[in-house]
Design a binder for this molecule. Structure first.
Ligand code: CU
Ligand code: ZN
Length: 408
């Protein structure tokens, strides 16, 4: 029986307040309006940004509750609103937190992927008309960065959706909705890593490992992975890292260690942590003449200090958002790259969980035990989940040195 034009009742993990675990609720998802598409979400990754939004205290984000988190997903089109021409029911798709309208100045140019269509609305968790399509007993539930994929159904604008090939496994390609695309593109599109260059990647979670993979794809001859978690360092080797450095093993600041290791600094440093001290270390580990530092991590923390005079001999400092990819046109190409074994995805997935275990995925991130957990929206576990909500502000500090006491 077709659900087109009708309100769909389904399960979603709802964030009721800041700092509290998600609750599985029966929500209602309204039909898509003009230029919107309703998507049946099949799988979604759990990204550090979801955790940060719920448990972090940063001031940069506008936090409105109740809210459906999740923004790294894949699914199938259920129905389309009036005026939608590019999508039909059954199409496999990846929702996009960064749209590509194809009509604005930025979309037409080659300088940036920062389409501004619906930007402010997306940031506050609503669609173009200022409301969301998800509700709970009549109360509006916001959609995180315009997506809200911890729900069996969601509605997105047709400019925030990539149509992908029909044979793509949704439980894998969902990772292209955020983390893997971000890191891979940070190296290839933003850093423009060159053949035979020397690179350092700071932070070896999903974004960092994808950055390592990007450096490797670009033909870098030396790729130095930097992390304090030995398991993640080991994993980086499988993605193409040639050297691993643990800041805790060193008495000096990590940038000095890298300077010595490389005889004057790396050609490319990619920061994939999102902490001010690590950003400084990454910047200062680049070659003073011609080195490029790309900031791919996101931070709301104040207190970033960079010595601008360190740019004077020719360093470049860049930021990247969604890896510089033009989302609608490039995500299907990344799916192709995965299908042709040119890009890894399976190796990022350390855990798979049903929707009612989504809080456990946050635990795994906090304990540094997962790279990516993929949530299957349509599977449920049988018993109650054990979970203790983490304290607010519980962000693991990434050390940039071991300190001289007790280190090697
Ligand atoms: Cu993300
Ligand atoms: Zn645009």
């Amino acid at each position: 029986m077709s659900t087109k034009g009708q309100v769909i009742k389904c399960k979603a993990a709802v964030a009721w307040e800041h700092g509290k675990p998600l609750v599985i609720e029966d929500v209602e998802v309204a039909p898509p309006q003009a230029h919107e598409v309703r998507v049946k979400i099949v799988a979604t990754g759990v990204c550090h940004t979801d955790l940060e939004y719920l448990y972090g205290r940063g001031k940069g984000m506008i936090r409105q509750f109740p809210l459906v988190l999740g923004h790294e997903a894949a699914g199938e089109v259920e129905s389309v609103g009036a005026g939608v021409t590019g999508f039909s029911p059954g199409d496999k798709v990846i929702p996009l937190f960064l749209p590509q309208c194809g009509e604005c100045e930025r979309c037409k140019g080659t300088k940036t992927n920062q389409c501004r269509k619906n930007w402010a609305n997306t940031q506050t968790g609503v669609l173009a008309d200022g409301t969301s399509r998800i509700s709970y007993q009549g109360q509006q539930v916001y959609q995180f960065i315009g997506v809200g994929s911890f729900s069996q159904y969601t509605v997105v604008p047709d400019t925030s959706l990539a149509k992908i090939r029909s044979d793509a496994p949704l439980d894998k390609v969902c990772l292209l909705g955020c983390g893997v695309s971000t890191g891979y593109g940070a190296a290839l599109n933003t850093g423009k890593v060159e053949e035979n260059s020397t690179c350092a990647v700071f932070g070896l979670g999903a974004v960092g490992l994808a950055a390592v993979m990007g450096c490797h794809a670009a033909g870098a001859k030396r790729i130095i992975g930097v992390d304090y978690n030995p398991d993640k360092l080991a994993k980086a080797v499988a993605f193409g890292a040639t050297d691993c450095v643990n800041p805790k093993d060193h008495c000096k600041p990590i940038q000095e260690v890298l300077m010595e290791m490389t005889g004057g600094g790396v050609d490319y440093a990619l920061e994939c942590v999102g902490q001010p001290a690590v950003m400084t270390s990454a910047f200062e580990s680049t070659s003073d003449a011609g080195g490029t530092c790309v900031i791919a991590g996101w931070t709301e923390t104040e207190g970033l200090t960079l010595q601008i005079e360190k740019l004077l001999l020719g360093r470049t400092l860049k930021g990247t958002y969604f890896g510089g990819w033009k989302s609608v046109q490039d995500v299907p190409k990344l799916v192709d790259a995965y299908m042709n074994q040119k890009l890894k995805l399976d190796e990022f997935i350390t855990h798979t969980l049903p929707l009612d275990r989504v809080n456990s995925a946050f635990d795994l991130i906090r304990r540094g035990e997962s790279i990516r957990t993929v949530i299957g929206l349509w599977s449920r576990s049988d018993g109650p989940a054990e979970f203790k909500a983490p304290p607010l502000d519980d962000v693991n500090e990434f050390p940039t040195s071991g300190g001289c006491e007790g280190s090697k």
